[in-house]
Design a protein around this ligand. Structure first.
Ligand code: MGD
Ligand code: MGD
Ligand code: SF4
Ligand code: MO
Length: 717
């Protein structure tokens, strides 16, 4: 074959939850074209603009292609052997001297899309022990996981909207037309949403921003950030009052009466002034959902990353139960994936003892502490203070609240190791950057996400292009860090090191193969070989009734008024009496961004800066700022300057900035991103604002002020 001959291979886009099937053309060792896989029965050829930029990652001149070590004045390339031996001996020294809690891990979002790294990180954490393990889940869906563990006995028992069969979709705090669907693998979500309307169904959006999804919906209502729990309680009150709840299949379940009783203190009249929806609108939301033959109440980031994240998520599920839509066709259902995440999460839930963080006593869940504890655990001296952090596929300096301060704490550590492709805002502070293959350069199985398909599906795809020779797969790097550390420690750890070496020899494929063979779709004889030879996604059919199976396995009884909900009601009632804050801040996603990265792909960065502060005309006028003007956005923890975009599409009293920008920092090597740096919204978000139940960061609802920015010359005085 000549170097110029081209091949077209099947792959999956791993950037977001949608898992679009791809056809990738490779010519002369380079990705020359990325198209949708028309033969994929699940994704049907759909892709978004980000898929085309996957090839840019392979060619990016800024990409790290060999391990880098920090020296005075910058980074120098080193061999893998030198890097791993030094990291292992420094970690062993810290653990021996300061204890296992002194070494922390942080798993960023792409870890969830890399099944090998997901498995290996569990091995690393399990063999290292200690409590200081963090991930982006506590900036994301942790309330969802806690609510599922509470109601169904397993964190991974996530009710998935049965979009393709529903007649009514109430979307609270999600923007699937931009995010492409989250907490549900729903490729080509636009087509799926329009199909609801084409078959006579309705889509209603409740969001403080008139989003791209609201533009497609039949109705949109502004809601004041952080008040969704009150709205949902009022809807529940109405469902009891209008007789819907009494007709639900769950009306004899534990907690039914108590839930109705509790909700009666939150009538639509009582909460309407606070949530910003008229009482009759709130009642209509409940009536419509109750009357729909098949309906869905669906919440995502907006219902999770706020001060009542877990309560709100529980209430979303309870609305589905009371309207008869839990476990019903066209309602919400549990997927039947080939690898049983429900069982794995229930088993690990039972194996891992809940604990608390050292400084603020924040709760751990499934062996992880919320990131809200990270900054205080880094900064507060004493036994158990974090001295080393291993980051896999994360950028906490931009993605975590109070990011600049977090960056300063990370920069002061004796050891920071980042497994990443770029010298980004976090890895630029590291002592070592260990580079890995990305997306198309490694095999892919939708390990965590197949449990959230709007249809059941499975796929296994090999790498379509060789990774840069100086990189090593994420799973391998994490296992080697564990091995090189443990083999330098006491007898028990040295035995554990042998176990790690054995898992490394086994490779993740074999673990996956074993899990497939015992999974809920085992009767189909699925194996890596059969999935590979299918050559595209295997459609395993529509969602089916599974609640009974889940509850039987977890030995859990459904309780519609669980203790953690009851405990929160007093606080919610108090909230009704409080005057709402002046301006509050929310964030947004944009189609051509992926959290804090993909900003170095030129084709995604064309056009005007997207990092603008959306403000309602009334607020802009009151704050003395106008379209395009630079404003100072301040909170109790920080201030940033950002250009204003005045728009009626944001609720009065709310301002909105995208997250993931702020690329102008010294030391980073992201030339395209730095050319349109923007500011980081997380520099004004207080790390101590949390959902009290789960510890999840309350990224939404931060009180802020906006003023006209002072001209640069006078600001410097
Ligand atoms: N204010 C505000 N903050 C937010 C959010 C918000 O809505 N508002 N959203 C939150 C959410 S939902 C999330 S998930 C987090 C995300 O936050 P994080 O998970 O902390 O970070 P990402 O921005 O996803 O950055 C991922 C990093 O992984 C690298 N990477 C990409 N692929 C791979 C790979 O295969 N292997 C390795 N080793 N590295 C890779 C990229 O170069 C990048 O540096 O942000 C959260 N922060
Ligand atoms: N293009 C693109 N796609 C992505 C990502 C990306 O960065 N870019 N990130 C991926 C990741 S990691 C995730 S987790 C998913 C997230 O997927 P989604 O949750 O669908 O995405 P968001 O845009 O964060 O939507 C949250 C919505 O909640 C609203 N909101 C904020 N606060 C509140 C509130 O208090 N109440 C209510 N009711 N609404 C509120 C916001 O205005 C926003 O419209 O997207 C994924 N897909
Ligand atoms: S929607 Fe876009 S980013 Fe998400 S998987 Fe599909 S192509 Fe990739
Ligand atoms: Mo996320």
């Amino acid at each position: 074959m000549s170097a110029e001959s081209s091949t077209s291979s099947r792959a999956v886009c791993t950037l977001c939850d949608a898992h679009c099937g791809l056809r990738v053309k490779v010519q002369g060792g380079r990705v020359t074209e990325v198209r949708g896989d028309q033969d994929d029965p699940f994704t049907r050829g759909h892709i978004c603009p980000k898929a085309a930029a996957l090839g840019d990652l392979m060619d990016d001149p800024d990409r790290v292609r060999t391990p880098l070590k920090r020296v005075a004045g910058g980074f120098v390339p080193v061999s893998w052997e030198e890097a791993l031996a030094d990291i292992g001996s420094r970690l062993a020294e810290i653990r021996g001297r300061a204890g296992v809690d002194a070494v922390a891990t942080y798993l960023g979002n792409p870890t969830a899309h890399d099944y090998g790294a997901a498995i290996a990180s569990t091995v690393l954490r399990g063999t290292f022990g200690g409590r200081n393990h963090f991930s982006a889940a506590s900036l994301d869906n942790l309330p969802r996981l806690v609510a599922s563990a509470t109601l169904y006995g397993a964190a991974a028992a996530v009710p998935v909207p049965d979009l393709d069969h529903t007649q009514h979709l109430l979307i609270i705090g999600a923007n699937p037309m931009v995010s492409n669907g989250s907490g549900m693998v729903s490729p080509d979500i636009g087509r799926r949403l329009r199909a609801i309307q084409e078959r006579g169904g309705r889509i209603v959006v409740v969001d403080p921003r008139r989003t791209e999804t609201a533009a497609l919906a039949d109705a949109h209502h502004f809601v004041r950030p952080g008040t969704d729990a009150l709205l949902l309680l009022a809807m529940i009150d109405r469902l009891f009052a209008n007789g819907t709840a009494a007709r639900s299949p769950f009306c004899r379940d534990t907690g039914f009466e108590a839930l109705g009783q509790a909700a009666s203190a939150f009538s639509a009249e009582r909460v309407c002034g606070h949530v910003g929806l008229a009482a009759e609108t709130i009642r209509a939301l409940a009536d419509e959902l109750g009357a729909a033959h098949r309906g869905i109440c669906y919440g995502r980031m907006g219902t999770c990353v706020q001060e009542h994240g877990t309560t709100t998520t529980l209430l979303v599920d309870l609305v589905n139960a009371l309207t008869g839509n839990l476990d019903r066709e066209g309602g919400v259902r549990f997927a039947t994936p080939a690898v049983d995440m429900v069982r794995l999460s229930a088993l690990s839930g039972a194996a891992l003892q809940p604990g608390r963080s050292r400084v603020a006593g924040r709760p751990s869940f499934l062996g992880e502490l919320p990131v809200a504890a990270l900054l205080e655990e880094l900064e507060t001296p004493g036994v158990g203070q974090i001295e080393a952090v291993i980051v896999n596929a994360g950028n906490p300096v931009l993605s975590n609240p109070d990011g600049t301060r977090l960056g300063a704490a990370l920069a002061g550590l004796p050891l920071l190791v980042c497994v990443d492709l770029f010298v980004n805002e976090t890895s630029s502070l590291a002592h070592y950057i260990l580079p890995t293959p990305v997306a198309l350069e490694r095999p892919h199985y939708p390990f965590l996400f197949a449990a959230q398909g709007v249809r059941n599906f499975a796929s296994f795809d090999d790498a379509v292009i060789s990774p840069p020779p100086g990189t090593r797969e994420g799973w391998d790097v994490l296992l080697q860090i564990a091995y090189e550390t443990l083999r330098r420690e006491g007898l028990g750890q040295r035995v554990a090191a042998l176990g790690v070496a054995a898992i490394r020899r086994l490779r993740p494929e074999r673990i996956l193969e074993a899990l497939l063979r015992v999974g809920p779709q085992r009767h189909l004889g699925l194996s890596l070989a059969s999935l590979r030879s299918a050559g595209t996604t295997v459609d395993l059919g529509p969602l089916e009734a599974r609640l009974g199976d889940v509850l039987r396995f977890t030995k859990h009884e459904l309780n519609l008024f669980p203790g953690i909900l009851a405990e929160q009601l007093e606080g919610l009632a108090r909230q009704l009496g409080e005057a709402p804050p002046g301006l509050t801040l929310i964030s947004r996603r944009t189609l051509r961004s992926n959290n804090s990265w993909m900003h170095n792909a030129p084709r995604l960065m064309r056009g005007a800066s997207r990092c603008t502060l959306e403000m309602h005309p009334e607020d802009a006028e009151r704050c003395g700022v106008s379209e395009g003007a630079l404003a100072t956005l301040s909170s109790a923890v920080g201030r940033i300057d950002v250009p204003v975009h005045v728009t009626p599409d944001i609720m009065p009293g709310v301002v909105c900035l995208p997250h993931g920008f702020g690329h102008g920092r010294a030391g980073t090597q992201l030339r395209v991103a730095a050319s349109s740096p923007g500011a980081s919204v997380n520099d004004v978000i207080d790390a101590t604002r949390v959902d009290r139940v789960s510890g999840t960061s309350a990224l939404s609802g931060q009180p802020v002020t906006v003023t006209k920015a002072r001209p640069a010359a006078s600001a410097a005085e």
